[in-house]
Ligand binder design. Structure first.
Ligand SMILES: [Fe+2]
Length: 295
């Protein structure tokens, strides 16, 4: 078998065939998938019935797994999945849908805002890999926005304005925009803002992209309301349908995206029914910009 990639949209999102990722794959296949990621930014693998161990093993072909600490408010005792797996389901440890007023659920609703995974970390994520173990009967699409095409389509004046600008990102900004405002002292420490460039350059292709995320709450040197108006304008621009691929989940899909050149969001679904999607996250190599000196 040889890896083949079919474009789903002309320059964004591809579907991969010719590879069984439940088994170890060759270096040639890894290289073909990486090249496909660089080109399409989102790759869809259909019919891959993965266990957690197989998903982690496949993910490790692309780099080290990110440490999930500091990414949610779920208490360690309430975790449903093993270390290395991020739980993007609506399920509690008892494998039943979380209660409507569950703090864990309310926090995780932030995934329905446009974001780039782990942009709230000083070294943000490279790839995310999301595996559909139970597909919800209604809704739950994931939408992806091509932040390279969105950057390219900006006018020159806007490109000049934002070049070199630095944002601060925090989970408290994205959740705060939904009215989730109460954090323990420990969470406030974990969720302290980090700095990210607003325009970043892909390390392999050299293409520039807008590095936006609902976690972005300020731009250094600007008053916060002005920064937020700019960020909202850019987000509105970047998420026009012409830049977006909508993924409709089928059982045993694995979707891989490059957080360095995309944003994504989950859509609402019937939360009385299970939606079991599990993510592994490949860590990035380096911060996008130097962090503020520690206080
Ligand atoms: Fe996400």
């Amino acid at each position: 078998m040889t890896v083949a990639i079919r474009a789903i949209q002309p320059a964004f999102a591809g579907e991969v065939s010719g590879v069984d990722i439940t088994q170890p794959i060759s270096q040639a296949d890894v290289a073909a998938i990486e090249a496909g990621m660089d080109k399409f930014a989102v790759l869809v693998f259909r019919g891959q019935k993965l266990t957690d161990a197989q998903q982690m093993a496949f993910s490790l072909n692309f780099g080290a797994l990110e440490n999930a600490k500091g990414g949610n408010v779920t208490k360690p005792a309430d975790l449903r999945l093993p270390t290395g797996m991020n739980d993007v389901s609506n399920l509690g440890k008892d494998h039943k849908p979380l209660a409507r007023d569950s703090r864990q659920r309310l926090f995780n609703l932030g995934n329905m805002l446009w974001h780039s995974d782990s942009s709230f970390r000083a070294t943000p994520a490279k790839y995310s890999l999301l595996s559909a173990r139970i597909v919800n009967p209604k809704g739950g699409d994931t939408e992806f926005a091509d932040m390279r095409a969105a950057y390219d389509a900006l006018d020159d004046e806007t490109k000049r304005e934002i070049e070199g600008q630095i944002c601060e990102h925090s989970l408290m900004y994205s959740r705060g925009s939904l009215g989730f405002l109460d954090y323990t002292d420990e969470e406030k420490e974990l969720f302290k803002p980090v700095r990210q460039r607003l325009v970043r350059t892909h390390p392999v292709t050299g293409r520039k992209s807008l590095y936006l995320s609902s976690h972005a709450g300020t731009i250094l040197g600007l008053p916060m309301p002005e920064a937020r108006v700019i960020l909202r304008d850019l987000t509105e621009h970047a998420t026009q349908p012409r830049f977006v691929y909508v993924h409709k989940w089928k059982l045993d899909d694995l979707v891989v995206w490059d957080n360095r050149q995309t944003m994504h969001r989950g859509r609402r679904y019937d939360e009385s029914q299970a939606r079991d999607v599990r993510r592994t996250t490949v860590a990035g190599d380096a911060p996008t910009v130097a962090q503020a000196a520690a206080e």
